[in-house]
Design a protein around this ligand. Structure first.
Ligand code: SUG
Length: 454
């Protein structure tokens, strides 16, 4: 199936007003390192919006996913806390304060973990498929998927345009065996966006994986990846296991040690066991003209890769979809790391591969919780017709970015420590911010986005 007008649209997570450093994510070194430090939610959200502006100015179509309703009081209610909202906050603060960080986490900002997406040219029924990730490994993220499903249904809803373009599923069951972390472990490779491609599903564990080899959790399971591929009617899927060495070094998602787009897969030498990688690449080569770009440990060590988040750069084709002129949107930490900067300088001069440019973006507030530029976005390949069917409230131009930045400046704190979450006044503040966001986006357009608004 060929449709030359398809393009990749990035939907970034709009960083919510409750962004804080809770130290909630085992195996994520930045999250552990910065636990309990004071965050700056305002700066975080403005940095995220500036990244979106960068892509827009480069000529790409850019969308966003709104922050989830936080705190999630329904979770506290399920845990036995009752009464008016402020009372629930007070009694949780008194009896189990650690739960506040969990229900207040702004972790849905990392939209690469929102869902796995299969473009229509890769699915049996010709629809774009979404499966929200159950994120069952960490408590603060395991509560995201019901909200994610609602949000995806609001953004990708056929009611905004005739036709039936999208299929939003529920998450696969939250059972240990089916741990799913979404697009962070899924790379759609293709010759051109509108042509049939292959889903590369990378997983951390299967039934044979010996937990004794892992010091940190392997979040993605083969069983979940296979279930998602089945659910989406994915026509071509290839599975590849992460090396335990990479997980133990802090690569809690594949997108910390690899990034791909079009025919190009760029990965760290230690991301996968060599034999497993060779087998997967062979299977991929049978279906598309795969180009691999292996970054040798001698050039960029695994530690430097994880510290700088080189592989969490966004790898973009040119705005017109040319796969021979690619660009990396890299975190500014890459510019500051000598080995990584040197590698980037060399690679853009090497015409045997397609990366021609690098832009650096400052997303330090997110990086301090282990989320780089690629974590912050969900990639959705859309034809013109499908793009026209996306809820326009979630597509950006400069004016809307400015409006969202004004909204952030009006409502967000510039300092937030985990202890502040116990303050019922903060609860009111964030509810007011979300009400105002709905007003800004158009209550009709985003109807039902936040349960507390009815
Ligand atoms: O799931 N951090 C997130 C970062 C997700 C990054 N996403 C990708 N690699 N695609 C995580 O570990 C930290 C929250 C805290 O500690 O407050 C956190 O959840």
């Amino acid at each position: 199936m060929t449709n030359t007008t398809a393009r990749e649209v990035n939907f970034d997570g709009l960083i919510g007003p409750t962004h804080h450093y809770g130290g909630l994510a085992s195996g994520n070194l930045a999250s552990s390192r910065n636990a309990m430090r004071s965050s700056n939610p305002r700066e975080a959200a403005l940095q995220g919006l500036e990244k979106m502006r960068t892509l827009l100015r480069l000529g790409y179509t850019q969308g966003f996913l709104p922050p989830q309703q936080r705190p999630d009081l329904t979770v506290l209610q399920q845990l036995g806390f009752r009464g008016p909202d402020e009372h629930i906050i007070n009694s949780t603060a008194a009896q189990a304060p650690e739960l506040l960080s969990m229900v207040y986490s702004a972790s849905s900002m990392w939209a690469a973990n929102a869902a796995t997406v299969t473009p229509s040219s890769d699915s049996h029924d010709g629809k774009v498929h979404f499966t929200p990730a159950n994120l069952l490994t960490t408590a603060h993220r395991a509560i995201e998927h019901p909200h994610t499903e609602r949000i995806l249904r609001t953004v990708f809803s056929a009611s905004h345009h005739p036709g039936d373009h999208f299929s939003v599923h529920s998450a696969v069951p939250s059972i240990q065996r089916f741990g799913d972390e979404g697009a962070a472990n899924h790379t759609r490779l293709c010759h051109a966006y509108g042509e049939a491609g292959v889903g590369l599903f990378v997983y951390g564990r299967n039934e044979q994986t010996d937990p004794a080899n892992l010091t940190f959790p392997a979040r993605q399971t083969l069983a979940a990846s296979a279930a998602v591929a089945r659910q989406h009617g994915t026509r071509a899927a290839v599975y590849l296991q992460q090396a335990s060495r990479a997980i133990n070094a802090g690569a809690f998602h594949n997108d910390v040690v690899a990034v791909g787009n079009g025919p190009l897969l760029m990965y760290h030498q230690h991301a996968y066991e060599t034999a497993a990688a060779e087998q997967a690449f062979k299977a991929l080569r049978e279906q598309l003209p795969l180009q691999t770009l292996c970054v040798a440990d001698a050039d960029v060590s695994l530690d430097d890769a994880i510290k700088s988040y080189l592989f969490n750069s966004q790898l973009l084709a040119s705005p017109d979809g040319d796969m021979n002129r690619m660009r990396l949107i890299a975190p500014s930490e890459c510019e500051e790391n000598t080995a990584v900067r040197r590698w980037l300088e060399q690679i853009t001069q090497d015409h045997n591969q397609p990366i021609r440019d690098v832009s650096f973006v400052d997303v330090r507030q997110s990086m301090s919780n282990g989320g780089g530029p690629a974590c912050l976005r969900l990639r959705v390949v859309l034809t013109d017709e499908q793009l026209a069917a996306v809820n326009p409230a979630f597509l950006l131009d400069e004016t809307k970015i400015n409006q969202l930045q004004d909204w952030v400046k009006c409502h967000y704190r510039d300092q937030l420590s985990p202890a502040d979450l116990a303050d019922p006044l903060f609860y009111r503040e964030v509810m007011t911010a979300l009400e105002d966001l709905v007003r800004l986006l158009g209550p009709q357009q985003v109807n039902g986005l936040y349960p507390f608004m009815g």
